[in-house]
Design a binder for this molecule. Structure first.
Ligand SMILES: Cc1cc2nc3c(=O)[nH]c(=O)nc-3n(C[C@H](O)[C@H](O)[C@H](O)COP(=O)(O)O)c2cc1C
Length: 165
């Protein structure tokens, strides 16, 4: 099989980063019952019928085992003023949920206060893919928060309100 020449990792990151995304915090409940979550921008919609979404989780993530063991998870779509929440959940602080208000969803996954929208999912499939695991979720419930979303592009956060004028 033909192997393409290696691509410089920093150029690859920079190139992927040109594509603007929203920002989510994926949450679930760990095996010991503690809340688990991390910042994710690989989220996307896949299918309307059945309703499916996708995201990818690094194999190096400390949250990997919890998401692999859980049958449910929640997608918290961050609002424009939640870049501090994104930074917190992208860090490896021991208790990411400290001082972050949330309510448990239908199956216990944390729903963070103040988001643009929330999507509760059942894990439909998990597929190891490169250095990530691809998660497909079947949407079980959705709720809109009525707030504009946070945007992420070029490694920076942006307020969609400012972009749309
Ligand atoms: C904007 C943004 C998007 C990110 N998207 C992803 C992603 O899609 N998948 C992933 O595994 N990590 C992603 N990360 C990195 C994780 O949030 C980060 O590695 C986090 O520390 C993982 O936490 P954990 O090791 O406790 O699971 C993203 C980080 C940022 C700032």
């Amino acid at each position: 099989m033909h192997t393409p020449p290696p691509i410089d990792q920093s150029v690859l990151r920079q190139t992927f980063g040109v594509f603007p995304t929203g920002v989510t915090v994926m949450t679930t409940t760990g095996t010991a019952g503690a809340p688990v979550g991390l910042t994710v921008n690989s989220f996307n919609s896949v299918s309307l019928d059945p309703p499916l979404i996708v995201w990818s989780l690094s194999r190096r993530s400390g949250s990997l085992r919890a998401f692999q063991a859980a049958e449910h998870f929640a997608v918290n779509i961050l609002a424009a003023d939640q870049s501090p929440v994104s930074r917190r959940f992208a860090s490896r602080v021991p208790d990411k949920f400290r001082g972050i208000p949330f309510q448990p969803g239908e199956h216990g996954s944390p729903l963070l206060d103040g988001c643009a929208a929330w999507i509760e999912c059942m894990t439909w499939s998990m597929q190891p893919t490169g250095d990530h695991v691809l998660f497909i979720g079947r949407v079980e419930s959705v709720r809109l928060g009525g707030r504009p979303p946070l945007l992420f592009v070029g490694g920076q956060y942006h307020d969609v309100g400012a972009v749309l004028g």
